[in-house]
Design a binder for this molecule. Structure first.
Ligand code: C2E
Ligand code: MG
Ligand code: MG
Ligand code: MG
Length: 273
């Protein structure tokens, strides 16, 4: 019986696997049209100053409204878009959408709620025209660079820093803010922080979740404390990602963390900011 159920499990697993491959192929094939046909949208999640509890910015997060599969999250399609060579296209769409929004709502709306942050991919940072495109979009819409920020994951920054440097330098000269996203999950060590041309460090949500886990509390405290200390000594702003409880928020505030983002303050919403 043990043998039989083992085989059954194997078969089920096999079918689930080929089903997921089918779905990936289906999504990959549908992506180019999805962008063109307006099936993507942005949700915005607030970022809060932990001292004043005021909103100081928001992060734009892409969603795909698939005609038959419903709302798809970026975790399912960003990697596919990268594989399909569509990330530059997707990134330009995100930027255009954000610029349209800033221009529409102006100072009374989004602008008044601070910086709008976008996520960037490896292929965008590798694109020699990336920052020039941002510069053009800003001047076209009459928006100051300080209204925008770009988040770059630690691993992308580590492996592409050489090629990304020109883009990052131009963005900074425009007043655009730069952040390291998901900090602590990659291979970079604390000693590297000072070498990245960034203004902000976003501590990965796994460390925030760790504050509530008896097994990981000590380690999470240690990492968060060290990151805040080094970041502040370098003049960088620290944001904690994935804050889900008031306790986490209070602990982070007590540790000197500058800003927070997470379900406790607000989920990403279509009309958000
Ligand atoms: P990220 O940039 O680290 O974004 C934070 C993710 O955590 C978002 O997931 C957000 O919805 C989720 N989150 C926020 N607060 C909480 C919380 O309190 N608890 C939990 N459990 N989750 C929380 P989302 O929207 O699914 O995005 C996933 C990732 O996809 C992003 O991670 C980012 O790396 C990528 N992504 C999203 N939009 C874009 C985009 O326009 N361009 C690129 N290149 N990547 C994007
Ligand atoms: Mg991000
Ligand atoms: Mg993140
Ligand atoms: Mg993350």
């Amino acid at each position: 019986a043990a043998k039989g159920s083992g085989r059954n499990r194997y078969t089920l697993h096999d079918e689930a696997h080929s089903e997921s491959i089918r779905r990936r192929l289906q999504l990959k094939a549908a992506l180019p049209d999805a962008i063109l046909q307006g099936e993507l949208s942005l949700h915005y999640q607030p970022q809060i100053d932990l001292n004043t509890e005021e909103q100081v910015g928001s992060e734009a997060l892409v969603r795909w409204h698939h005609p038959t599969l419903g709302i798809l999250m970026p975790g399912e399609f960003i990697e596919l878009a990268e594989e399909a060579g569509l990330m530059r296209h997707l990134g330009r769409w995100v930027l255009g959408e954000v610029m349209r929004r800033v221009a529409l709502t102006g100072r009374r709306g989004v602008g008044a709620r601070g910086v709008i942050w976008m996520n960037t991919s490896a292929s965008e940072l590798d694109d020699p025209d990336f920052a020039v495109g941002v510069e053009k979009a800003l001047s076209q819409h009459g928006v100051p660079g300080s209204a925008l920020g770009f988040e770059i994951t630690e691993s992308v920054l580590m492996t592409n820093l050489g090629r990304a440097r020109g883009n990052l330098a131009l963005l900074r000269s425009l007043g655009v803010q730069l952040a390291i996203d998901d900090f602590g999950t990659g291979y970079s060590s604390l000693s590297y922080i000072g070498q990245f041309p960034v203004d902000t460090i976003k501590i990965d949500s796994s460390f925030i979740a760790g504050l509530d886990s008896p097994a990981r509390r000590r380690e999470s405290f240690a990492v968060i404390t060290a990151v805040i200390s080094l970041a502040h000594s370098l003049g960088l702003t620290v944001v904690a990602e994935g804050i889900e409880t008031q306790t986490q928020s209070m602990i982070l505030h007590g540790l000197g963390c500058d800003q927070g983002q997470g379900y406790f303050f607000g989920k990403p919403r279509a009309s958000g900011t």
